[in-house]
Design a protein around this ligand. Structure first.
Ligand code: ARG
Length: 279
């Protein structure tokens, strides 16, 4: 399903799930946008791709169908500061990079892990979120307690994700069941379709606090530290630089933490690490 929506970069967004209410920390945009020169220059407006469903980074509000989430607030704040309008497009996660390669999307924010393989297709900003993978199992399961217990098991995850790669490369004899929508993966584990789910820690944790409450639980340690970056089509170095400046600024001035608290209810414990990994 594809839907296109125009949002203004100053739109205040209300969270409806769990951490309800509140306005995103929108501080006024200071225009850093001076085009010209090499590296593509800066435009007034960019097409920004995001995924259809990745709580609490991007998802559709039940009422009104507006796309909301941590990623949406972060990209709006960056757009304000750099000085561009956003044309938001939603698509399945595995369609994002192909769409950037053909130039359909200029920018993508979708909890996307920075990987060397993806760097061949797109550029990334500095990290904007420190993540990792987590195992989820049915709440009443006590046979799987760590990653070692996943050997030979059927593991649900999302098509085209770093978790799907992880299962193939690191878990012996495991069968990855990959779905276009992660909701389907969670449903598979809740039914008989898979023994466990492996996916991004913040998503698994948030799901268990909300729709998956009482159905799933997490087990084991955080697996494989990952950084999320905002992807930018190749050949737009100036845009990447401008976005990196804004990101570093909002981490320094507390806006990043404000937005984070809206969605995760607490301050990021890895804020210093994140600040140190800015360009
Ligand atoms: N971080 C993982 C990856 O980059 C999963 C991201 C999923 N994001 C999403 N919007 N569905 O592969």
């Amino acid at each position: 399903m594809n839907s296109t929506r125009r949002i203004t970069s100053t739109a205040a967004i209300a969270a409806t799930v769990l951490l309800a209410g509140g306005l995103a920390g929108c501080s006024g945009g200071d225009d850093a946008g001076e085009g010209g020169g090499d590296g593509g220059g800066l435009e007034d407006s960019y097409t920004v791709a995001t995924d259809t469903s990745f709580v609490p980074f991007e998802f559709q509000e039940e009422e009104g169908g507006e796309y909301v989430g941590f990623d949406i607030d972060i990209i709006n704040e960056i757009a304000d500061r750099v000085g561009f309008e956003i044309e938001l497009e939603t698509t399945n996660f595995d369609g994002i990079i192909p769409g950037m390669q053909t130039g359909t999307f200029d920018i993508a924010i979708a909890g996307m892990t920075i990987t060397e393989e993806r760097r061949e297709a797109v550029d990334f900003t500095s990290p904007y979120y420190k993540s990792g993978l987590r195992i989820g199992v049915p709440a009443d399961d006590d046979t799987i307690t760590s990653i070692d217990d996943l050997e030979g098991k059927t593991i649900a995850t999302r098509l085209g994700s770093t978790s799907a790669n992880y299962i193939e490369e690191n878990i012996e004899g495991a069968t990855p069941n990959t779905y276009e929508q992660l909701d389907q993966a969670y449903l598979a584990v809740e039914g008989d379709g898979a023994d466990a789910v492996l996916y991004d820690a913040p998503n698994v944790e948030y799901y268990i606090l909300t729709a998956g409450e009482g159905k799933l639980k997490t087990v084991g340690e955080l697996i494989e530290a990952q950084d999320y970056g905002i992807a930018v089509g190749k050949g737009n170095e100036e845009l990447v630089t401008a976005m990196n400046e804004s990101l570093a600024e909002m981490i320094d001035d507390g806006t990043y933490t404000e937005i984070f608290k809206e969605w995760f209810g607490e301050e990021p414990e890895w804020l210093d690490d994140l600040a140190a990994s800015q360009d």
